[in-house]
Design a protein around this ligand. Structure first.
Ligand code: GCV
Length: 613
Protein backbone atom coordinates (compact mmCIF):
# COMPACT_ATOMS: atom_id res chain seq x y z
CA UNK A 1 0.00 0.00 0.00
CA UNK A 2 1.20 3.46 -0.89
CA UNK A 3 2.35 5.73 1.92
CA UNK A 4 1.44 9.36 1.49
CA UNK A 5 4.20 11.71 2.47
CA UNK A 6 2.04 14.70 3.03
CA UNK A 7 1.61 15.60 6.69
CA UNK A 8 -2.07 15.88 7.39
CA UNK A 9 -4.05 18.81 8.61
CA UNK A 10 -2.87 21.00 11.45
CA UNK A 11 0.58 19.56 12.07
CA UNK A 12 2.64 21.19 9.32
CA UNK A 13 4.88 22.53 12.05
CA UNK A 14 6.17 19.01 12.55
CA UNK A 15 6.30 17.11 9.29
CA UNK A 16 7.62 13.87 10.68
CA UNK A 17 6.78 10.27 11.35
CA UNK A 18 7.11 8.90 14.85
CA UNK A 19 9.42 5.85 14.82
CA UNK A 20 7.70 2.50 15.30
CA UNK A 21 9.91 1.50 18.21
CA UNK A 22 8.51 4.22 20.49
CA UNK A 23 5.80 2.64 22.59
CA UNK A 24 5.19 5.07 25.47
CA UNK A 25 3.55 8.50 25.23
CA UNK A 26 6.53 10.01 27.05
CA UNK A 27 8.90 8.61 24.43
CA UNK A 28 6.77 10.09 21.68
CA UNK A 29 6.73 13.40 23.53
CA UNK A 30 10.53 13.39 23.85
CA UNK A 31 10.92 12.57 20.18
CA UNK A 32 8.49 15.29 19.08
CA UNK A 33 10.25 17.93 21.18
CA UNK A 34 13.70 16.87 20.02
CA UNK A 35 12.74 17.57 16.39
CA UNK A 36 12.39 21.33 16.84
CA UNK A 37 15.79 22.93 16.74
CA UNK A 38 15.03 26.25 18.37
CA UNK A 39 13.08 24.78 21.26
CA UNK A 40 14.61 23.93 24.61
CA UNK A 41 12.28 21.67 26.47
CA UNK A 42 12.50 18.99 29.10
CA UNK A 43 9.99 16.37 30.18
CA UNK A 44 9.38 15.92 33.87
CA UNK A 45 7.13 13.00 34.81
CA UNK A 46 4.97 13.77 37.82
CA UNK A 47 3.11 10.79 39.26
CA UNK A 48 1.13 13.14 41.51
CA UNK A 49 -0.61 14.70 38.52
CA UNK A 50 -3.62 12.94 36.95
CA UNK A 51 -2.56 10.70 34.09
CA UNK A 52 -3.66 13.14 31.36
CA UNK A 53 -2.71 16.40 33.09
CA UNK A 54 0.26 18.63 32.35
CA UNK A 55 1.79 21.94 33.26
CA UNK A 56 4.23 24.00 31.21
CA UNK A 57 6.82 25.86 33.28
CA UNK A 58 9.50 28.27 32.15
CA UNK A 59 12.77 27.42 33.88
CA UNK A 60 16.14 28.94 33.02
CA UNK A 61 15.46 29.54 29.33
CA UNK A 62 13.86 26.13 28.84
CA UNK A 63 10.29 24.90 29.10
CA UNK A 64 9.57 22.09 31.50
CA UNK A 65 6.73 19.82 30.52
CA UNK A 66 5.52 18.42 33.82
CA UNK A 67 2.89 15.77 33.41
CA UNK A 68 1.23 12.46 34.06
CA UNK A 69 1.87 9.52 31.74
CA UNK A 70 -0.12 10.81 28.76
CA UNK A 71 -0.19 14.34 30.08
CA UNK A 72 3.42 14.79 29.04
CA UNK A 73 2.46 14.08 25.44
CA UNK A 74 -0.47 16.50 25.60
CA UNK A 75 1.84 19.05 27.17
CA UNK A 76 4.40 18.54 24.41
CA UNK A 77 1.77 19.15 21.72
CA UNK A 78 0.49 22.23 23.56
CA UNK A 79 4.05 23.56 23.71
CA UNK A 80 4.69 22.81 20.04
CA UNK A 81 1.43 24.46 18.99
CA UNK A 82 2.19 27.59 21.03
CA UNK A 83 5.73 27.65 19.66
CA UNK A 84 4.52 27.29 16.05
CA UNK A 85 1.79 29.89 16.37
CA UNK A 86 3.86 32.29 18.50
CA UNK A 87 1.20 32.38 21.19
CA UNK A 88 1.80 32.44 24.98
CA UNK A 89 2.16 29.12 26.79
CA UNK A 90 -0.91 27.82 28.57
CA UNK A 91 -0.59 28.50 32.29
CA UNK A 92 -1.35 26.34 35.33
CA UNK A 93 -2.17 22.66 35.44
CA UNK A 94 -4.19 21.64 32.40
CA UNK A 95 -6.37 18.57 32.42
CA UNK A 96 -9.24 17.47 30.22
CA UNK A 97 -12.79 18.25 31.32
CA UNK A 98 -14.05 14.90 29.99
CA UNK A 99 -12.10 11.71 30.73
CA UNK A 100 -13.45 10.04 27.56
CA UNK A 101 -13.07 11.99 24.31
CA UNK A 102 -14.17 9.53 21.69
CA UNK A 103 -14.49 9.26 17.97
CA UNK A 104 -16.89 6.69 16.55
CA UNK A 105 -15.72 5.43 13.18
CA UNK A 106 -18.52 4.01 11.06
CA UNK A 107 -16.00 1.87 9.15
CA UNK A 108 -17.15 -1.43 7.68
CA UNK A 109 -14.81 -4.35 7.17
CA UNK A 110 -15.43 -4.34 3.41
CA UNK A 111 -13.59 -1.01 3.39
CA UNK A 112 -16.63 1.22 2.98
CA UNK A 113 -17.43 3.89 5.56
CA UNK A 114 -21.08 4.53 6.35
CA UNK A 115 -21.67 8.23 5.79
CA UNK A 116 -17.97 8.58 5.00
CA UNK A 117 -16.94 11.44 2.73
CA UNK A 118 -13.16 11.08 2.79
CA UNK A 119 -12.69 7.87 0.88
CA UNK A 120 -12.55 4.31 2.06
CA UNK A 121 -11.61 3.06 5.50
CA UNK A 122 -8.13 3.84 6.73
CA UNK A 123 -7.78 0.38 8.29
CA UNK A 124 -10.32 -2.08 6.82
CA UNK A 125 -10.43 -3.49 3.29
CA UNK A 126 -11.49 -6.87 1.89
CA UNK A 127 -13.15 -8.04 5.13
CA UNK A 128 -9.99 -7.67 7.21
CA UNK A 129 -7.57 -5.17 8.68
CA UNK A 130 -5.48 -3.72 5.87
CA UNK A 131 -3.54 -0.57 6.62
CA UNK A 132 -0.29 1.26 6.30
CA UNK A 133 1.15 1.37 9.85
CA UNK A 134 2.92 4.62 9.08
CA UNK A 135 -0.41 6.25 8.30
CA UNK A 136 -2.03 4.80 11.42
CA UNK A 137 0.75 6.21 13.59
CA UNK A 138 0.20 9.57 11.89
CA UNK A 139 -3.45 9.22 12.79
CA UNK A 140 -2.50 8.54 16.41
CA UNK A 141 -0.38 11.65 16.39
CA UNK A 142 -3.19 13.67 14.89
CA UNK A 143 -5.63 12.48 17.55
CA UNK A 144 -3.24 13.00 20.45
CA UNK A 145 -2.31 16.46 19.25
CA UNK A 146 -5.92 17.58 19.70
CA UNK A 147 -6.61 15.49 22.80
CA UNK A 148 -8.81 12.63 21.52
CA UNK A 149 -8.23 9.44 23.50
CA UNK A 150 -10.73 6.78 22.38
CA UNK A 151 -11.36 5.45 18.87
CA UNK A 152 -14.21 3.06 18.10
CA UNK A 153 -12.86 1.03 15.26
CA UNK A 154 -16.02 -0.26 13.51
CA UNK A 155 -19.48 0.85 12.47
CA UNK A 156 -22.25 0.86 15.06
CA UNK A 157 -24.22 -1.08 12.44
CA UNK A 158 -22.19 -4.25 12.95
CA UNK A 159 -22.08 -6.03 9.60
CA UNK A 160 -20.49 -9.43 9.19
CA UNK A 161 -17.59 -10.16 9.63
CA UNK A 162 -17.16 -7.35 12.19
CA UNK A 163 -18.41 -9.81 14.83
CA UNK A 164 -15.01 -11.45 14.33
CA UNK A 165 -13.29 -8.43 15.85
CA UNK A 166 -14.09 -9.92 19.24
CA UNK A 167 -13.44 -13.45 18.05
CA UNK A 168 -11.05 -14.74 15.39
CA UNK A 169 -9.68 -11.30 14.58
CA UNK A 170 -8.62 -10.47 18.13
CA UNK A 171 -4.89 -10.72 17.31
CA UNK A 172 -5.41 -8.18 14.51
CA UNK A 173 -7.36 -5.91 16.82
CA UNK A 174 -4.54 -6.17 19.35
CA UNK A 175 -1.93 -5.25 16.73
CA UNK A 176 -3.98 -2.23 15.68
CA UNK A 177 -4.43 -1.16 19.30
CA UNK A 178 -0.66 -1.34 19.70
CA UNK A 179 -0.14 1.24 16.95
CA UNK A 180 -2.34 3.84 18.68
CA UNK A 181 -1.31 3.09 22.28
CA UNK A 182 1.86 5.25 22.24
CA UNK A 183 -0.41 8.20 21.47
CA UNK A 184 -2.67 7.64 24.46
CA UNK A 185 -5.51 6.45 22.21
CA UNK A 186 -7.52 3.42 23.37
CA UNK A 187 -9.74 1.34 21.14
CA UNK A 188 -13.41 0.57 21.50
CA UNK A 189 -15.40 -1.99 19.48
CA UNK A 190 -19.02 -1.84 18.32
CA UNK A 191 -20.70 -5.11 19.17
CA UNK A 192 -23.74 -6.97 17.88
CA UNK A 193 -26.26 -7.54 20.68
CA UNK A 194 -27.32 -10.85 19.13
CA UNK A 195 -23.81 -12.26 18.72
CA UNK A 196 -24.25 -15.14 21.22
CA UNK A 197 -26.84 -16.59 18.82
CA UNK A 198 -24.27 -16.99 16.07
CA UNK A 199 -22.29 -19.09 18.53
CA UNK A 200 -24.90 -21.67 19.43
CA UNK A 201 -26.76 -19.83 22.22
CA UNK A 202 -30.47 -20.06 21.35
CA UNK A 203 -31.35 -16.53 22.48
CA UNK A 204 -29.84 -13.09 23.11
CA UNK A 205 -32.21 -12.37 26.01
CA UNK A 206 -30.13 -10.31 28.48
CA UNK A 207 -31.75 -12.05 31.47
CA UNK A 208 -30.84 -15.51 30.22
CA UNK A 209 -27.94 -17.02 32.16
CA UNK A 210 -26.43 -18.67 29.06
CA UNK A 211 -26.31 -15.27 27.35
CA UNK A 212 -24.71 -13.67 30.40
CA UNK A 213 -22.14 -16.45 30.59
CA UNK A 214 -21.36 -16.12 26.87
CA UNK A 215 -20.64 -12.42 27.16
CA UNK A 216 -18.60 -12.85 30.35
CA UNK A 217 -16.42 -15.49 28.69
CA UNK A 218 -16.12 -13.35 25.57
CA UNK A 219 -15.06 -10.35 27.61
CA UNK A 220 -12.33 -12.47 29.26
CA UNK A 221 -10.95 -13.32 25.81
CA UNK A 222 -11.21 -9.78 24.48
CA UNK A 223 -9.46 -8.12 27.40
CA UNK A 224 -6.80 -10.83 27.45
CA UNK A 225 -5.95 -9.74 23.90
CA UNK A 226 -6.35 -5.98 24.39
CA UNK A 227 -5.99 -5.26 28.11
CA UNK A 228 -6.57 -1.52 27.75
CA UNK A 229 -9.64 -1.75 25.50
CA UNK A 230 -11.92 1.14 26.48
CA UNK A 231 -15.13 -0.83 26.05
CA UNK A 232 -18.01 -1.82 23.82
CA UNK A 233 -20.32 0.50 21.86
CA UNK A 234 -23.87 -0.70 21.16
CA UNK A 235 -26.62 0.37 18.78
CA UNK A 236 -29.60 -1.73 19.86
CA UNK A 237 -33.25 -1.77 18.75
CA UNK A 238 -32.47 1.02 16.35
CA UNK A 239 -32.94 0.97 12.58
CA UNK A 240 -33.43 -2.82 12.56
CA UNK A 241 -30.52 -3.66 14.86
CA UNK A 242 -31.13 -6.43 17.38
CA UNK A 243 -31.74 -5.49 21.00
CA UNK A 244 -33.46 -6.26 24.29
CA UNK A 245 -36.94 -5.19 23.08
CA UNK A 246 -37.19 -8.52 21.22
CA UNK A 247 -37.30 -10.21 24.62
CA UNK A 248 -39.53 -7.69 26.33
CA UNK A 249 -36.54 -6.34 28.29
CA UNK A 250 -35.68 -2.70 28.91
CA UNK A 251 -32.58 -0.98 27.62
CA UNK A 252 -31.29 -0.79 31.19
CA UNK A 253 -31.52 -4.58 31.42
CA UNK A 254 -29.78 -4.96 28.06
CA UNK A 255 -27.00 -2.50 28.80
CA UNK A 256 -26.39 -3.72 32.35
CA UNK A 257 -25.99 -7.30 31.20
CA UNK A 258 -23.13 -6.29 28.89
CA UNK A 259 -21.74 -3.85 31.43
CA UNK A 260 -21.49 -6.60 34.06
CA UNK A 261 -19.63 -8.85 31.64
CA UNK A 262 -16.95 -6.24 31.00
CA UNK A 263 -16.83 -4.63 34.46
CA UNK A 264 -14.20 -7.06 35.85
CA UNK A 265 -11.85 -5.79 33.14
CA UNK A 266 -12.51 -2.12 33.77
CA UNK A 267 -14.50 -1.88 30.52
CA UNK A 268 -17.06 0.81 29.77
CA UNK A 269 -20.32 0.03 28.00
CA UNK A 270 -21.41 2.86 25.74
CA UNK A 271 -25.07 2.42 24.80
CA UNK A 272 -26.57 4.66 22.11
CA UNK A 273 -29.90 6.34 22.77
CA UNK A 274 -30.80 6.62 19.08
CA UNK A 275 -34.06 4.67 19.33
CA UNK A 276 -37.20 5.61 17.40
CA UNK A 277 -39.87 4.02 15.24
CA UNK A 278 -38.35 3.81 11.76
CA UNK A 279 -41.45 2.04 10.44
CA UNK A 280 -43.89 4.86 11.07
CA UNK A 281 -47.00 5.35 8.96
CA UNK A 282 -46.87 8.94 7.72
CA UNK A 283 -50.63 9.17 8.29
CA UNK A 284 -50.06 8.60 12.03
CA UNK A 285 -50.13 12.07 13.61
CA UNK A 286 -49.75 10.84 17.20
CA UNK A 287 -46.18 9.58 16.87
CA UNK A 288 -43.59 12.35 16.77
CA UNK A 289 -40.04 11.11 16.27
CA UNK A 290 -38.27 13.79 18.34
CA UNK A 291 -40.16 12.51 21.41
CA UNK A 292 -38.68 9.02 21.09
CA UNK A 293 -35.37 9.11 22.98
CA UNK A 294 -36.84 10.86 26.01
CA UNK A 295 -39.87 8.55 26.07
CA UNK A 296 -37.62 5.49 25.95
CA UNK A 297 -34.89 6.51 28.36
CA UNK A 298 -36.15 9.11 30.86
CA UNK A 299 -38.17 6.46 32.76
CA UNK A 300 -34.96 4.41 33.11
CA UNK A 301 -32.99 7.13 34.87
CA UNK A 302 -31.04 5.67 37.79
CA UNK A 303 -31.31 2.09 36.52
CA UNK A 304 -28.05 1.91 34.57
CA UNK A 305 -24.89 0.45 36.13
CA UNK A 306 -21.95 2.71 36.93
CA UNK A 307 -19.89 1.57 33.94
CA UNK A 308 -22.65 2.31 31.44
CA UNK A 309 -22.64 5.55 29.48
CA UNK A 310 -25.78 6.43 27.56
CA UNK A 311 -24.74 8.25 24.39
CA UNK A 312 -27.30 10.81 23.21
CA UNK A 313 -27.23 12.66 19.90
CA UNK A 314 -27.05 16.44 20.26
CA UNK A 315 -30.56 16.92 18.92
CA UNK A 316 -33.73 14.79 19.10
CA UNK A 317 -33.81 13.93 15.37
CA UNK A 318 -30.60 12.95 13.64
CA UNK A 319 -27.81 15.46 13.06
CA UNK A 320 -29.95 17.87 11.05
CA UNK A 321 -28.51 21.25 10.06
CA UNK A 322 -30.11 22.76 13.13
CA UNK A 323 -31.92 21.07 15.97
CA UNK A 324 -32.73 22.14 19.50
CA UNK A 325 -30.72 20.45 22.24
CA UNK A 326 -32.07 16.98 23.06
CA UNK A 327 -34.34 17.12 26.13
CA UNK A 328 -32.98 13.72 27.22
CA UNK A 329 -29.90 15.51 28.59
CA UNK A 330 -32.05 17.20 31.23
CA UNK A 331 -34.14 14.18 32.16
CA UNK A 332 -31.52 11.75 33.45
CA UNK A 333 -29.51 13.27 36.32
CA UNK A 334 -28.74 9.81 37.77
CA UNK A 335 -27.33 8.36 34.54
CA UNK A 336 -23.90 8.75 32.94
CA UNK A 337 -24.59 10.57 29.69
CA UNK A 338 -22.38 11.27 26.69
CA UNK A 339 -23.02 13.88 24.04
CA UNK A 340 -22.82 12.52 20.49
CA UNK A 341 -21.89 14.89 17.66
CA UNK A 342 -21.37 14.12 13.99
CA UNK A 343 -18.20 15.34 12.31
CA UNK A 344 -18.99 13.36 9.16
CA UNK A 345 -21.02 15.94 7.28
CA UNK A 346 -23.97 13.72 6.42
CA UNK A 347 -26.59 16.47 6.38
CA UNK A 348 -24.15 19.34 6.49
CA UNK A 349 -22.47 19.30 3.11
CA UNK A 350 -20.71 15.93 2.89
CA UNK A 351 -17.24 17.50 3.07
CA UNK A 352 -17.97 19.23 -0.25
CA UNK A 353 -19.89 22.22 1.10
CA UNK A 354 -18.11 24.12 3.85
CA UNK A 355 -19.59 23.69 7.29
CA UNK A 356 -17.34 24.55 10.21
CA UNK A 357 -18.98 23.21 13.36
CA UNK A 358 -17.64 25.32 16.26
CA UNK A 359 -20.38 27.99 15.93
CA UNK A 360 -22.98 25.25 16.23
CA UNK A 361 -21.27 23.84 19.31
CA UNK A 362 -21.13 27.30 20.90
CA UNK A 363 -24.90 27.53 20.53
CA UNK A 364 -25.34 24.04 21.93
CA UNK A 365 -23.21 24.91 24.97
CA UNK A 366 -25.42 27.93 25.63
CA UNK A 367 -28.28 25.50 26.37
CA UNK A 368 -26.39 22.45 27.61
CA UNK A 369 -24.15 22.99 30.64
CA UNK A 370 -21.03 20.84 30.01
CA UNK A 371 -21.38 19.05 33.35
CA UNK A 372 -24.71 17.55 32.24
CA UNK A 373 -22.67 14.89 30.42
CA UNK A 374 -19.61 12.93 31.51
CA UNK A 375 -18.16 12.18 28.08
CA UNK A 376 -18.28 13.28 24.46
CA UNK A 377 -18.25 11.30 21.24
CA UNK A 378 -18.25 12.31 17.60
CA UNK A 379 -18.86 10.39 14.43
CA UNK A 380 -15.54 10.51 12.61
CA UNK A 381 -14.98 12.39 9.34
CA UNK A 382 -11.78 10.51 8.47
CA UNK A 383 -10.97 8.32 5.49
CA UNK A 384 -8.24 7.06 3.22
CA UNK A 385 -8.13 10.19 1.02
CA UNK A 386 -4.68 11.72 0.77
CA UNK A 387 -5.64 14.58 3.06
CA UNK A 388 -7.64 12.23 5.34
CA UNK A 389 -10.75 14.43 5.33
CA UNK A 390 -11.82 14.80 1.69
CA UNK A 391 -11.94 18.56 2.06
CA UNK A 392 -8.77 20.00 3.61
CA UNK A 393 -10.87 22.37 5.74
CA UNK A 394 -12.95 19.50 7.15
CA UNK A 395 -9.92 18.75 9.32
CA UNK A 396 -10.95 21.77 11.37
CA UNK A 397 -13.99 19.90 12.69
CA UNK A 398 -11.92 17.04 14.14
CA UNK A 399 -9.36 19.44 15.59
CA UNK A 400 -12.09 21.59 17.12
CA UNK A 401 -13.91 18.57 18.51
CA UNK A 402 -10.73 17.60 20.35
CA UNK A 403 -10.31 21.12 21.72
CA UNK A 404 -13.95 21.36 22.87
CA UNK A 405 -13.82 17.86 24.36
CA UNK A 406 -10.80 18.92 26.39
CA UNK A 407 -12.31 22.25 27.40
CA UNK A 408 -16.00 22.68 26.56
CA UNK A 409 -16.13 26.48 26.56
CA UNK A 410 -17.71 28.42 23.69
CA UNK A 411 -14.93 29.99 21.63
CA UNK A 412 -15.53 29.31 17.94
CA UNK A 413 -13.49 32.27 16.72
CA UNK A 414 -10.42 31.36 18.76
CA UNK A 415 -10.44 27.70 17.82
CA UNK A 416 -10.98 28.41 14.13
CA UNK A 417 -8.22 31.01 14.11
CA UNK A 418 -5.85 28.61 15.89
CA UNK A 419 -6.54 25.86 13.36
CA UNK A 420 -5.96 28.20 10.43
CA UNK A 421 -2.66 29.45 11.90
CA UNK A 422 -1.37 25.95 12.61
CA UNK A 423 -2.47 24.59 9.26
CA UNK A 424 -1.36 27.43 7.01
CA UNK A 425 1.54 29.11 8.85
CA UNK A 426 3.02 30.28 5.56
CA UNK A 427 0.02 32.38 4.59
CA UNK A 428 0.06 36.11 5.42
CA UNK A 429 -1.88 36.95 8.59
CA UNK A 430 -4.52 38.92 6.66
CA UNK A 431 -5.28 35.96 4.43
CA UNK A 432 -5.46 33.68 7.42
CA UNK A 433 -7.98 36.09 8.87
CA UNK A 434 -10.05 35.91 5.67
CA UNK A 435 -10.01 32.14 5.69
CA UNK A 436 -11.05 32.12 9.34
CA UNK A 437 -13.95 34.43 8.44
CA UNK A 438 -15.10 32.12 5.64
CA UNK A 439 -15.07 29.21 8.04
CA UNK A 440 -16.78 31.14 10.78
CA UNK A 441 -19.72 32.09 8.55
CA UNK A 442 -19.86 28.79 6.62
CA UNK A 443 -22.48 27.20 8.83
CA UNK A 444 -24.74 30.26 8.64
CA UNK A 445 -24.54 30.35 4.84
CA UNK A 446 -25.21 26.62 4.56
CA UNK A 447 -28.17 26.79 6.90
CA UNK A 448 -29.74 29.69 5.00
CA UNK A 449 -29.75 27.98 1.62
CA UNK A 450 -30.40 24.51 2.98
CA UNK A 451 -32.65 24.49 6.02
CA UNK A 452 -33.50 27.91 7.47
CA UNK A 453 -36.02 28.42 10.29
CA UNK A 454 -35.60 24.86 11.58
CA UNK A 455 -37.00 23.19 8.47
CA UNK A 456 -35.68 19.64 8.47
CA UNK A 457 -35.67 16.69 6.08
CA UNK A 458 -36.08 18.38 2.71
CA UNK A 459 -32.98 16.50 1.64
CA UNK A 460 -32.63 13.77 -1.01
CA UNK A 461 -33.49 10.41 0.53
CA UNK A 462 -30.69 7.92 1.24
CA UNK A 463 -27.63 9.87 0.10
CA UNK A 464 -28.67 13.03 1.98
CA UNK A 465 -27.07 15.56 -0.38
CA UNK A 466 -29.13 17.99 -2.42
CA UNK A 467 -32.74 19.14 -2.11
CA UNK A 468 -35.86 17.01 -2.36
CA UNK A 469 -38.63 18.88 -0.53
CA UNK A 470 -41.04 15.94 -0.42
CA UNK A 471 -38.40 13.21 -0.53
CA UNK A 472 -38.98 12.15 3.08
CA UNK A 473 -42.58 13.32 3.35
CA UNK A 474 -44.39 10.04 2.82
CA UNK A 475 -41.74 7.67 4.14
CA UNK A 476 -41.57 5.58 7.29
CA UNK A 477 -38.78 7.50 9.06
CA UNK A 478 -40.90 9.99 11.02
CA UNK A 479 -39.54 12.94 9.05
CA UNK A 480 -42.39 15.24 8.04
CA UNK A 481 -42.83 18.97 7.42
CA UNK A 482 -46.45 18.81 6.21
CA UNK A 483 -46.26 21.82 3.93
CA UNK A 484 -49.58 22.60 2.24
CA UNK A 485 -50.93 25.67 0.48
CA UNK A 486 -51.50 27.59 3.74
CA UNK A 487 -48.91 26.49 6.29
CA UNK A 488 -45.80 24.44 7.08
CA UNK A 489 -44.34 22.68 10.13
CA UNK A 490 -45.57 20.52 12.99
CA UNK A 491 -47.09 21.87 16.17
CA UNK A 492 -44.89 20.32 18.84
CA UNK A 493 -46.34 22.31 21.75
CA UNK A 494 -48.67 20.93 24.42
CA UNK A 495 -51.55 21.60 22.04
CA UNK A 496 -49.82 19.51 19.38
CA UNK A 497 -47.53 16.51 19.81
CA UNK A 498 -46.47 17.66 23.30
CA UNK A 499 -42.74 17.50 22.53
CA UNK A 500 -42.03 20.87 24.17
CA UNK A 501 -43.30 19.39 27.46
CA UNK A 502 -40.15 17.25 27.60
CA UNK A 503 -38.02 20.33 28.32
CA UNK A 504 -37.39 21.91 31.69
CA UNK A 505 -37.90 25.63 32.09
CA UNK A 506 -36.85 28.04 30.73
CA UNK A 507 -36.42 26.06 27.50
CA UNK A 508 -39.98 24.75 27.55
CA UNK A 509 -41.62 28.19 27.57
CA UNK A 510 -39.07 29.66 25.20
CA UNK A 511 -39.71 27.03 22.54
CA UNK A 512 -43.47 26.71 23.10
CA UNK A 513 -44.29 30.32 22.25
CA UNK A 514 -43.64 31.48 18.67
CA UNK A 515 -42.99 34.94 20.10
CA UNK A 516 -39.95 33.71 22.08
CA UNK A 517 -38.87 30.70 20.03
CA UNK A 518 -35.64 31.60 18.17
CA UNK A 519 -36.31 32.22 14.46
CA UNK A 520 -33.85 29.46 13.58
CA UNK A 521 -36.09 26.89 15.31
CA UNK A 522 -39.51 28.31 14.56
CA UNK A 523 -40.60 25.64 12.10
CA UNK A 524 -39.09 22.89 14.23
CA UNK A 525 -41.58 23.63 16.99
CA UNK A 526 -44.53 25.28 15.28
CA UNK A 527 -46.93 24.96 12.41
CA UNK A 528 -47.31 28.42 10.97
CA UNK A 529 -49.25 30.03 8.18
CA UNK A 530 -47.22 31.60 5.38
CA UNK A 531 -48.66 35.01 6.31
CA UNK A 532 -47.42 34.67 9.93
CA UNK A 533 -45.56 37.89 10.74
CA UNK A 534 -42.09 37.29 12.13
CA UNK A 535 -40.39 39.45 14.76
CA UNK A 536 -38.60 41.39 12.04
CA UNK A 537 -41.92 42.29 10.35
CA UNK A 538 -41.50 40.00 7.37
CA UNK A 539 -44.00 37.26 6.61
CA UNK A 540 -42.92 33.65 7.00
CA UNK A 541 -43.06 33.02 3.26
CA UNK A 542 -40.95 36.10 2.58
CA UNK A 543 -38.37 34.91 5.13
CA UNK A 544 -38.24 31.51 3.44
CA UNK A 545 -37.53 33.19 0.10
CA UNK A 546 -35.11 35.76 1.55
CA UNK A 547 -33.10 33.25 3.58
CA UNK A 548 -32.56 30.97 0.61
CA UNK A 549 -31.47 33.85 -1.64
CA UNK A 550 -29.22 35.20 1.10
CA UNK A 551 -27.59 31.81 1.66
CA UNK A 552 -26.73 31.54 -2.00
CA UNK A 553 -25.41 35.11 -2.13
CA UNK A 554 -23.24 34.50 0.94
CA UNK A 555 -21.82 31.38 -0.69
CA UNK A 556 -20.91 33.37 -3.78
CA UNK A 557 -19.05 35.84 -1.56
CA UNK A 558 -17.25 33.01 0.23
CA UNK A 559 -16.22 31.59 -3.14
CA UNK A 560 -14.88 34.93 -4.29
CA UNK A 561 -12.78 35.38 -1.15
CA UNK A 562 -11.55 31.79 -1.33
CA UNK A 563 -10.39 32.15 -4.92
CA UNK A 564 -8.18 35.07 -3.91
CA UNK A 565 -6.45 33.25 -1.05
CA UNK A 566 -2.84 32.06 -1.52
CA UNK A 567 -3.55 28.59 -0.16
CA UNK A 568 -0.78 26.04 -0.70
CA UNK A 569 -1.35 23.22 -3.16
CA UNK A 570 -2.88 20.71 -3.24
CA UNK A 571 -5.32 22.24 -0.75
CA UNK A 572 -6.11 25.16 -3.04
CA UNK A 573 -7.08 22.97 -5.98
CA UNK A 574 -9.24 20.70 -3.82
CA UNK A 575 -10.91 23.58 -1.98
CA UNK A 576 -11.71 25.47 -5.20
CA UNK A 577 -13.04 22.41 -7.02
CA UNK A 578 -15.29 21.65 -4.07
CA UNK A 579 -16.43 25.25 -3.85
CA UNK A 580 -17.65 25.01 -7.45
CA UNK A 581 -19.72 21.99 -6.42
CA UNK A 582 -20.99 23.84 -3.38
CA UNK A 583 -22.15 26.75 -5.53
CA UNK A 584 -24.14 24.37 -7.71
CA UNK A 585 -25.63 22.71 -4.66
CA UNK A 586 -26.52 26.06 -3.07
CA UNK A 587 -28.20 27.20 -6.32
CA UNK A 588 -30.25 23.99 -6.43
CA UNK A 589 -31.36 24.32 -2.80
CA UNK A 590 -32.28 27.96 -3.26
CA UNK A 591 -34.23 27.46 -6.47
CA UNK A 592 -35.94 24.18 -5.68
CA UNK A 593 -37.07 25.05 -2.17
CA UNK A 594 -38.28 28.52 -3.16
CA UNK A 595 -40.11 27.08 -6.17
CA UNK A 596 -41.66 24.39 -3.99
CA UNK A 597 -43.07 26.96 -1.57
CA UNK A 598 -44.14 29.41 -4.26
CA UNK A 599 -46.07 26.72 -6.09
CA UNK A 600 -47.79 25.71 -2.89
CA UNK A 601 -48.52 29.14 -1.49
CA UNK A 602 -48.91 31.18 -4.66
CA UNK A 603 -47.14 34.02 -2.81
CA UNK A 604 -44.94 36.35 -4.87
CA UNK A 605 -41.49 37.39 -3.74
CA UNK A 606 -41.66 40.99 -2.50
CA UNK A 607 -38.45 41.74 -4.39
CA UNK A 608 -39.48 40.17 -7.67
CA UNK A 609 -36.54 37.80 -7.84
CA UNK A 610 -36.64 34.80 -10.13
CA UNK A 611 -38.62 31.90 -8.70
CA UNK A 612 -39.82 29.27 -11.13
CA UNK A 613 -43.51 28.76 -11.88
C1 GCV B 1 -24.83 4.35 11.44
C2 GCV B 1 -28.52 7.99 10.62
C3 GCV B 1 -27.59 7.65 9.49
C4 GCV B 1 -27.18 6.19 9.53
C5 GCV B 1 -26.56 5.92 10.90
C6 GCV B 1 -27.58 6.28 11.98
C7 GCV B 1 -27.03 6.11 13.38
O1 GCV B 1 -29.75 7.36 10.45
O2 GCV B 1 -28.19 7.98 8.27
O3 GCV B 1 -26.26 5.97 8.50
O4 GCV B 1 -26.16 4.58 11.03
O5 GCV B 1 -27.95 7.62 11.83
O6 GCV B 1 -26.65 7.13 13.96
O7 GCV B 1 -27.00 5.01 13.89
Amino acid sequence: MKTENRTPAWLPFLPLDVPAELTEPAQVAAFELSQVEDLRAELRPDPDLPEEAYELLAEGGATIVRGGRTGMLYGAYALLAAHAAGTPLPTGVRKPFYPARMINCWDNMDGSVERGYAGRSLWFEGERFDYDPVRIRRLGRLLASCGINVLCVNNVNVHWPAQQLIDGMLPDLAAFAGLLRPFGVRLMVSVDFSQPMSDGVPTADPLDSAVQAWWAARADRVWAAVPDLYGFLVKADSEHRPGPFTYGRSHAEGANMLARAIAPHGGTLVWRAFVYNCMQDWRDTKTDRPCAAYDTYAPLDGQFDGNVILQVKNGPFDFQVREPVSPTFFAMPRTNLALELQLAQEYTGQQIDLYAMPPMWDELLADLPPERVCAVAAVSNLGRDENLFGHPFAALNLYAFGRYAWDPAPRAETVIAAWVSLTYPGMPAEDRGRLAQILLCSRHAYELYNAPLGLCWMVSPNNHYGPSPDGYEYQAWGTYHKANRDAVGIDRTAAGTGYTEQYPEPLRSRYADPATCPDELLLFFHRLRYDFVMRDGRTLIQRIYDDHFEGFALTEKMAETLRALPLPEPDRAVALARMDLQLKNAREWCDIINTFFRRLSGADDAHGRKIWD
